[in-house]
Design a protein around this ligand. Structure first.
Ligand SMILES: Cc1ncc(COP(=O)(O)O)c(C=O)c1O
Length: 442
């Protein structure tokens, strides 16, 4: 495969145009396609469209293809399992891959307590399971989540979500009893304070105001949090945030639920982003990068918390044998070298973006951990007025030049390439990104 973007046709090309027309006739109009990419095949970080155009992929299929497209080790594991057993339903029967993966995940999720694993097919299902388990275990009705959070589209996960109103419009009433509070978004602090002088006011506010005025702490089942907010804008909270949140949760018998769907499985250079904060969670939701593109979600909790009875929650397809084998192969690669590569290449990417930030006033904030990196665009560094209209134009320009990137938040762009990305690919991505920024913002 060529290791350089090659754009041979106008975009979309003739074959892509035909397929997009067909798609419009048959596929749900609820999907958001930001540019007209019709994928034919892919390998590593390189995506070929149906017209023979070649793109460098810094989206990894929305932070999913952790090991790159079609990593041979993962493909082999899938092929081997496909010949042996496709499905038997792990909720009614036993099979080896599901048991082995549960053992592995229980050992990977931080915390010494004996753990149990529930399997679903997606991030939303992992969160939904956490939501139900928190109610089951605590017998409490209320929950806390954050503005900007994205936890999924099923009714429970959607109720915890506070990302964009278009995701909620016409779906009310949602699950009641959820209070959303400001995230530790230091670039735009909801309380107009600065870290560290703020002394984590956003956390203290929960005890001092929320629990004293509207939300009785003893009725709260769980606090749902993304260790690094993903869809909300790749927002990294300050160092003490999760530790302090966890302390409050424990003080009131509340479960702390880490939604690691986007930030987990090595993306930030550690298996789980929570590890960067030396903080713990009671329940961890995992999906996306776990199986390199096969559908799989998992919810991990201490055995003492996962105390629900047989029949209280299950899924026909959850923990499918092929997805479990893909996950085992993925984890092997992550542990062998890819988490380390995420740290090394993440640093290179951040340095490159910080360098660009010196030239381009519109790059208001550059932030991230490992290969979960975001740039927030502003019209003016002083006023921080969001450059909402520039963001899609930059993404489109990058696409036309052969680089695939995605937005997050209202005015940010995320970089979440596969963890196999090389230094050369990082530099190439930065070069194309700079051209796109220059053409739109100057
Ligand atoms: C943090 C987080 N949680 C949950 C989800 C939902 O995952 P899925 O789309 O697999 O249901 C997402 C998806 O973007 C996510 O980023």
């Amino acid at each position: 495969m060529p290791k350089t973007p090659t754009i041979k046709t106008a975009l979309p090309g003739p074959r892509a145009k035909q397929l997009i027309k067909l798609d419009k006739s048959y596929v749900s109009p609820s999907y958001t396609r930001v540019y007209p990419l019709v994928v034919d095949q892919a390998e590593g970080l390189w995506v070929h469209d149906v017209d023979g155009n070649v793109f460098l992929d810094f989206t990894a299929g929305i932070a999913v293809n952790a090991t790159g497209h079609c990593h041979p080790h993962v493909v082999k594991a899938i092929q081997r399992q496909a010949k042996q057993l496709l499905h038997m339903s792990g909720t009614d029967f036993y099979y080896t891959p599901q048991i082995q993966l549960a053992e592995k995940l229980a050992s990977l999720v931080p915390g010494k307590r004996a753990k149990r694993v529930y399997f679903g097919n997606s991030g939303a299902e992992a969160v939904e399971a956490a939501f139900k388990l928190a109610r089951w275990h605590t017998k409490r009705e209320l929950n806390i989540a954050f503005f900007g959070a994205f936890h999924g589209r099923t009714m429970g996960a959607l109720s915890l979500t506070a990302s964009k109103t278009v995701q909620k419009k016409h779906y009310n009433p949602l699950v009641p009893g959820i209070t959303h509070i400001p995230y530790a978004y230091c670039y735009r602090c909801a309380y107009n304070l600065c870290y560290p002088e703020c002394d984590l006011f956003c956390v203290k506010w929960i005890e001092d105001t929320l629990f004293r005025t509207t939300v009785p702490a003893e009725e709260v089942a769980a606090i749902f949090v993304e260790p690094i907010q993903g869809e909300g804008g790749y927002i990294v909270p300050p160092p003490g945030f999760h530790k302090e949140m966890y302390r409050i949760a424990k003080q009131y018998g509340i479960l702390y639920v880490a939604d690691e769907v986007q930030s987990g499985m090595g993306r930030t250079g550690k298996m789980f982003a929570m590890e960067h904060f030396q903080a713990q969670a009671d329940i961890t939701a995992i999906a996306k990068g776990i199986a390199s593109g096969l559908p799989l979600g998992a919810m991990v909790a201490p055995a003492k918390i996962m105390d629900w009875e047989a029949g209280s929650h299950a899924s026909t397809f959850g923990g499918n044998p092929i997805s479990c084998q893909a996950a085992m192969a993925t984890i092997e690669l992550l542990e062998k070298s890819l988490m380390k590569n995420a740290t090394v290449q993440g640093k290179r990417l951040m340095q490159g973006l910080h360098e660009l930030q010196k030239t381009y006033e519109c790059m208001g904030d550059v932030r991230g951990k490992g290969l979960m990196v975001g740039v927030e665009f502003v019209k003016n560094r002083e006023t921080k007025e969001p450059a909402t209209a520039w963001r899609p134009r930059i993404i489109r320009k990058a696409f036309e030049k052969g680089l695939l990137i995605l937005g997050c938040g209202e005015n940010s762009i995320r970089f979440c390439p596969s963890l196999t990305v090389s230094a050369k690919e990082i530099d190439l991505g930065l070069t194309i990104f700079e051209e796109a920024v220059r053409e739109v913002c100057s």
